[in-house]
Design a protein around this ligand. Sequence first.
Ligand SMILES: [Zn+2]
Length: 438
Amino acid sequence: MPAIDWPSVHAEALDIFGRYLRIDTSNPPGRERAAARFLGSVLEAEGIRCEYIETQPEREILVARLDGDGSKRPLMLCNHTDVVPVESQYWTVPAFGGEVRDGRVYGRGAVDMKGMGVMQLMAVLLARRLALPLTRDLVFCAVPDEEALGRWGMRWLCEHRPDVVDVEYELNEGGSGSDEFEGQSKRVFAIATNEKQVCWLRLTAVGTPGHGSFPHPSDSNSAVRLARAVQRLAEWQRPLIFTPETTAYVERLADAGLLPTLRERAALDSAIHRSRPLLAMFMNTLNVTMLQSGIKANVIPGRSEAVVDCRLLPGQSRDDWLAEVIERVGDPNVSVEFHEDLDPDEPVPVAWDTEFYRVIEAVIHDAIEDAVVVPGMTVGGTDNRFLRQRGIPAYGFAPCIVSSEERAGFHGNDEYLTVDNLNLGCELTFEIVRRMCS
Ligand SMILES: [Zn+2]
C-alpha cells in the first residue's frame, strides 16, 4: 500500500467538514436531501457509485458502495445527516457557519454526527484512491431522520430495502473515547455494543367519583391509590444487573485501576451507585414522568393515570418487567400496561466480542499506547437498534478522544469538534476499514 499523505488528507477532510456543516439539516423538518447530494458529489467525483433513495420529499438516504471480492460479507459505515434544532440566541458562533477557531470546528452536527460522517467518507475515498483489494463490500450509508426516531431514515431502510442492510457488521455513533473516567484522568474508549430498550408503562387507578365536600374513603379515591402506587415504585430498591459485556467493562476498568474489581463487590457496588451514568448501565431505570388526575377542585376523580419511563438492560424481557412492576404496585385497582407508543419490536442483544470488535480494539491500542478499551452500552437510542433487531452486530464508536466540554455539544450550544479529533478519527476509521476489508 502506498504511503498516505496524512497532512493533505486532514486538510481535505477539514474543507469537506466545513462545507457539510453549512448545510442546515435541522430536524424537523430535516430536508437532508442537500446533505445526501453533497456527500454523494464528493464520492461520485472519484467514480464511486451512489444511490439516492427518497423516503419523503426533500429527504434522501445516500448509499455508496465499493465492491469487494465477495469472500466476506459487507461492512457498513453509517451516519445520520440530520441534526437537532438550534436555539441560536444561546450560540456565540454561527450554528451553520462551519467556522474554525482555535483548533475547533464549530457548527450544529459537529459531534452529532457530521464529523463522524466525514471520517467515514474519507475512509471510503482513501480505500478507492489506494485501490485497496477488498475482501468484502464497503458500504457507506448516510441516513436522514435519526433525531426523530428514524422513521424516514434507518427504520425505513430496514423495512423497505433489506438488501442494503444485508451486511455482516455496521459502525455508527453511540460510543467514543474520553480523556477521563469518573474524574480520573485516563484515555478510555467505549465501543457501544448494545443499548437499553425503552419500556414506557401506563398506570391507571380507578376509584369511585364523588363530591369533594363529603367524607370519602381514601381507598376509593383514584388519585390517592395512584399516588401510593407511584410511591411504591419510587421506593423500589432494585439490584444491580451484570451482563456479559458490563462484566467485561468492569474487568477492564478494574485492571486499569479505575474501578474496584468484581471480587471487591461491596466497593464496586458503591462506586456504581455513586455515579448516575454508571448506574444507568447496571440497572433497569424507572422514572415517573407524567401524572394526570382530576377535572375540578370539588370533584373526586374516578380515574387517575401515570406514565413511567422505564429503560431496560439488554437481554431483559419487557413482559417479565411488566410482571415485576405489577407485583411491586400490588394493587388490583391500579392496572399497569405497556404505553401505546412503544416500539413494536423488542431489540435483540447482539454479540460483542466479535472479529469487528477486536479489530477496533486493536486499532485503538496500536494508536494510543495507554488506552483502556471497554465494551459500552448506549443509554439513549441510536439507529443501531434497527440493525441489531436484525441480528447484525452494529457498534457505536467515534474514534476520537472527546472531552467533557466537547461532549456537552451533543444537542447543546456552541457544538464543536476539535481539528485534532477530526484528524485522529480519519486515521483510525481508515485503519479499521483497512484491517476489516483487505
Ligand atoms: Zn446522533
